[in-house]
Design a protein around this ligand. Structure first.
Ligand SMILES: *Cc1c(COP(=O)(O)O)cnc(C)c1O
Length: 407
């Protein structure tokens, strides 16, 4: 039986410790942590027996519709430290027009386009900033292709915490505006996200008390993104679909969904069914797709990473070995698509369903079309595609060429 939560007894979170993703070595979760001694990400581990004493699918079902409804499985120990704008519990909408057009009768879109800051990055930022507040971190610093910087800057502002964001000059201008309006310090970098990362890391360490919150360099962003997987399971009545298709940059969303799957199965809240995870990338930057095809355990950065899908332009994901492992252990795959296919599919989905998805998600639909053509996905299978951001942030994906009428 689930008992009533008593935050004063430390019942809000069942976080136990951190674990090195490569060596398994245990680290304390009670102080700010970066990468492990091996230089690999640290993973949050929970006392799952305590979780099952404190909560159940039934007790969770009556909680407010935001991601904090899973607080026992999140790292923030006290609700007093939660920095929230109501993020989470986004709709899972059937695509009954587009789905059949590619021969799929159970196609669903998990639509994170309506979240604060317009992308699913706010899940990681809400949880990451809240935990940073709890651990006494004085400021956060990160490089970004746009959406992560906007989200972390926004939640940091709400927490009264300074943020330093490095943005490549080629990324969508809207993100710069989003960072500036909430008062973040912005470095506009003439280079790619790796270059921005080096500049930001130097500046952050010069400032001493700033934490580097780059993708997977602190353990809690992943926990926020894990809530996508928890929500998909809950929204399907505590089970998983056959296939989940995800636009993969740093891979945090994919790893988060995989972590949710593992934790829910260990809790016994969902059955044994494992969804085949599909990582989608753009041909102009496809390190995971190449490593997957070559049977490698680590990725190699492409020489000139370039695509209109900025959110997935990550030449060397630090969690590559975990992403590849998640794809292989779920019987999944990795697919790369061209920018032309991305734009074409973005228009098809919008015209058939009325939803303007981000180019990263349009890449998923282009990949899904290929996976249907090759029969990798059967027409009767249930497929969930993640819409990681709103198309409104990328107006350049649509050519508007209209005659001007003079009344
Ligand atoms: C960041 C981002 C991605 C990629 O997410 P990862 O978790 O880094 O793989 C996909 N889509 C959008 C819109 C993004 O902003």
């Amino acid at each position: 039986m689930a008992t009533r939560t008593n935050p004063d007894r430390g019942d809000y979170s069942a976080l136990d410790h951190l674990e090195c993703s490569s060596s398994g070595q245990v680290y304390s979760a009670e102080e700010p942590q970066g990468l492990s001694a091996q230089g690999t990400p640290l993973l949050a581990r929970y006392d799952l027996e305590r979780v099952s004493r404190l909560a159940s699918p039934k007790s969770i079902s009556v909680r407010p519709p935001n991601l904090w409804r899973y607080h026992e499985l999140l790292p923030v120990r006290s609700p007093r430290h939660v920095i929230t704008m109501g993020e989470g519990m986004t709709p899972l909408i059937p695509l009954n027009n587009y789905g059949p057009s590619i021969g799929l009768h159970r196609l669903l879109l998990k639509d994170d386009g309506g979240l604060p800051t317009g992308s699913f990055k706010c899940r990681g930022a809400a949880v990451g900033v809240s935990r940073a507040v709890e651990l006494g971190v004085k400021g956060v610093a990160l490089p970004t292709n746009g959406n992560a910087g906007a989200a972390w800057a926004a939640y940091a502002a709400r927490a009264g915490m300074p943020a330093l964001v490095g943005i490549p000059v080629d990324s969508p201008p809207i993100s710069r505006a989003e960072c500036v309006v909430v008062g973040a310090e912005v470095f506009l970098v003439n280079g790619h996200i790796g270059d921005a990362g080096r500049l930001v890391t130097e500046a952050a360490s010069a400032r001493g008390q700033f934490q580097d919150v780059s993708t997977l360099k602190e353990p809690y962003r992943l926990e926020g993104k894990k809530t996508m997987g928890l929500e998909i399971a809950e929204q399907l009545g505590w089970r998983m679909p056959d296939v989940i298709v995800y636009p993969t940059g740093g891979g945090v969303g994919l790893l988060g969904i995989y972590k949710a799957l593992c934790e829910l199965q260990e809790l016994g809240w969902i059955g044994d069914k494992v969804p085949r995870l599909v990582a989608v990338q753009a041909e102009g930057c496809a390190p995971i797709v190449e490593a997957f095809a070559a049977g490698e355990h680590y990725s190699k950065p492409p020489k000139d990473p370039r695509t209109i899908a900025f959110g997935i332009t990550v030449p060397k994901p630090i969690g590559d070995f975990m992403i590849l492992d998640a794809l292989r252990s779920t019987g999944g795959t990795a697919v790369a698509v061209s920018d032309a296919a991305i734009i074409a599919e973005l228009h098809r989905v919008a015209a058939l369903e009325g939803t303007f998805v981000c180019p990263e998600t349009a890449a998923c639909f282009a990949a899904l079309r290929e996976l249907r053509d090759s029969r990798w996905v059967a027409s009767t299978e249930e497929v969930v595609v993640l819409n990681t951001g709103t198309g409104l942030k990328y107006p350049q994906t649509v050519d508007v060429d209209l005659p001007l009428l003079t009344p």
